[in-house]
Design a protein. Structure first.
Length: 123
């Protein structure tokens, strides 16, 4: 098991024991969190290109992961690329609407000082 970007190694991949289902998901979530934190760290150090590579790797694993979309938006904003941040927000908005029928959360909208969409409650 590795948490490197774009790694598809699964915990005990050739086993099919029932107990592994939850453990694999736990490890998957942990790896995605580690990668998001690494992307934020890279951006804070000024390595914006590498930070985006890591954040996009998380999105390749889970395109519906809103926290990964926020990482991409945050990196663009840190680099001063507001238009790229808005484009990333639009992508997030489109993906969530098409796949889940929901808008981005108010936390995501606030990143660009956008008013939250009405009609759908988010936890």
């Amino acid at each position: 098991m590795t948490c490197l970007p774009d790694s598809d190694v699964e915990l005990l991949h050739d086993w099919d024991d029932e107990w592994l289902v939850d453990e694999r998901e736990r490890m998957r979530q942990l790896c995605l969190h580690v990668q998001e934190a690494f992307a934020d760290h890279l951006a804070a150090e000024g390595h914006f290109g590498l930070a985006l590579e890591v954040a996009f790797a998380v999105l390749r694993h889970d395109a519906l992961r809103e926290s990964a979309h926020r990482s991409v938006i945050r990196i663009h904003l840190a680099e001063g690329n507001v238009s790229e941040a808005r484009r990333a927000y639009a992508t997030c908005q489109r993906v969530l609407r098409q796949e889940l029928g929901i808008p981005p959360s108010p936390a995501t909208a606030r990143m660009l000082a956008l008013p939250p969409e009405r009609g759908v409650r988010r936890a």
